[in-house]
Design a protein around this ligand. Structure first.
Ligand SMILES: [Zn+2]
Length: 501
């Protein structure tokens, strides 16, 4: 019986994974190369394939096999145990929701997307307001279906994006950030900036930026026989197991550092995907689905390595060689301070390393307040602007640059934002542990990041989705998630950068 159920499970898994592969490739093509005129046909095709995919997931024989294997989980090998645990959890949460609710949710969010675009373009929150009101209502309803003995309220959503995270843990985290970072940011905003800045927005030809991006890929040891990079509007990485890892970048002629740090960031995601153990090939564990853990790796490379002095000491000469004309009179010190400049700003995606988590904290507080009914959607802009004034000390001039800037809520992704800040915090905790084993000056300043890659492979990447994020963190760093490392890292780094006592 057990063998038979296993066979059914594995056969369906093979089909599901084939569909997922196809979805990723179609999506990759849409984002990078597909002609605009092909979009209608493409949505029809996606519709057909999606319904075939759903038929497979809800196939009774498959559902029964997962349930059976879950009931006999102690008889399975460890790898299959973890797989079944994850599959069962996902399946349960989908099956617990009434089908009509799921369908309505996809219709509501499909309409909310264009409404959000229109509202943003016209700086008119009221266009988006009824859609968001409905989304919040539906999220609340969904929570009631998904609650378990352990997970209640907002915790249900937080756990979907980062297994094991709860309001209690996030509250402690954000409280500490608020206490330590808000005063530091105020102090820094009064400092005078004495380094060169005029090079930043000169014209940097795209072809040359691409040349440097390829150089960075070599530094990070990206394996082009099992991966590739292209251009898209917003940079992203899509993994299909370790053998097919693709990333994109976006190049602005008048804002060249954007492509440098996007490249490092996406290569961070890609390195994670490429370094997963071959043991997990073709299983559901071959790619990490914990959002914060994945983000911790991209941010580790982007900020902790990529914005370090050691890294640029090694690679700034190459950058200068490629952009001789633009960077002729720019020193390493100028460049290093420029890429680490802290400034309170309105837009989350453009925020620096220090102020970024406060943008997230604001969204986290507002999500919680909306879901608990403490505030209503119609009052959201007021609360948004109040929070930006309080934490970042800035006035929000309009909703376009305020509450309407992110797409997440239009897609119904409540509980997603906090993972961005958590990822940075994890990365600082990993850094603290890495420092005990590696000579950071040597590792970050090396011609290729071989030592950094192997430390992360050993402690994080190899496991894919096999271990829970909390266990990876604990095993790699010797303790549970502790936000003090993140705060310490930011405070030390920025006090030094700004010469503060
Ligand atoms: Zn990322």
């Amino acid at each position: 019986m057990l063998e038979n159920k296993k066979q059914i499970y594995i056969k369906t898994r093979e089909k599901l994974k084939a569909f997922e592969y196809a979805f990723t490739i179609i999506n990759w093509d849409t984002e990078t190369e597909a002609p605009v005129g092909a979009l209608d046909k493409r949505s029809d095709v996606i519709g057909v394939i999606s319904s075939m995919y759903n038929d497979l997931i809800f196939d009774q024989e498959y559902v029964d096999s997962v349930n059976y294997l879950f009931e006999h989980i102690e008889l399975l090998d460890e790898l299959l145990q973890r797989e079944i645990y994850k599959v069962k959890k996902n399946l349960d949460s989908t099956l617990k929701l009434p089908k009509e609710l799921l369908i309505e949710f996809s219709v509501v969010t499909a309409k909310a997307g264009p409404a959000w675009v229109e509202a943003k373009q016209n700086d008119n929150f009221s266009i988006f307001e009824p859609h968001l009101t409905r989304i919040v209502e539906m999220q609340k309803e969904m929570i009631t279906y998904l609650e378990t003995n352990e997970l209640k309220g907002y915790d249900v959503l937080l756990d979907q994006y980062e297994e094991g995270m709860t309001v209690k843990k996030y509250d402690q985290f954000f409280e500490l950030l608020k206490k330590e970072l808000v005063p530091l940011i105020k102090e820094i905003s009064q400092c005078e900036y004495s380094y060169k800045l005029d090079f930043a927005n000169k014209c940097y030809p795209v072809e040359k930026q691409k040349e440097f991006a390829k150089y960075i890929a070599e530094v990070m040891c990206f394996d082009y026989t099992h991966g590739l990079d292209k251009e898209s509007e917003h940079p992203f990485t899509s993994g299909n197991g370790r053998n097919d890892v693709r990333l994109t970048n976006h190049y602005y002629e008048d804002y060249f550092v954007s492509s440098i740090f996007s490249m490092i960031h996406e290569l961070g995601h890609a390195t994670f995907d490429q370094q997963v153990s071959e043991k997990f090939d073709d299983t559901v564990l071959e790619g990490c689905t914990a959002m914060a853990l994945h983000e911790s790796q991209s941010r580790f490379y982007e900020n902790i390595v990529g914005r370090s002095y050691q890294f640029w000491q090694k690679h700034f000469p190459k950058l200068k060689e490629i952009f001789q004309e633009q960077l002729n009179d720019v020193s390493l010190e100028d460049f290093y301070h420029y890429v680490n400049k802290a400034e309170c700003s309105l837009i989350r995606t453009e925020a620096d390393e220090l102020t970024y988590p406060l943008h997230i904290m604001i969204r986290y507080d507002l999500e919680q307040a909306l879901l608990s009914g403490q505030i209503e959607v119609k009052d959201l802009p007021t609360y948004w602007n109040k929070a930006y004034k309080e934490y970042l000390g800035i006035d929000v001039p309009n909703n376009k640059l305020g509450v309407l800037q992110d797409i997440h809520w239009a897609g119904g992704s409540f509980g997603y934002f906090p993972t961005y800040a958590l990822g940075s915090a994890y990365s600082a905790q990993f850094y603290n542990a890495m420092k005990q084993n590696l000579d950071i000056d040597v590792a970050f300043g090396a011609e290729k990041l071989v030592d950094v890659n192997s430390w992360l492979k050993e402690n994080v990447h190899q496991y894919g989705d096999y271990k829970k994020p909390e266990d990876i963190l604990k095993d790699a760093t010797g303790e549970e998630f502790n936000p003090k490392y993140y705060v310490e890292y930011l405070v030390n780094k920025y006090r030094k950068l700004y010469n503060l006592k």
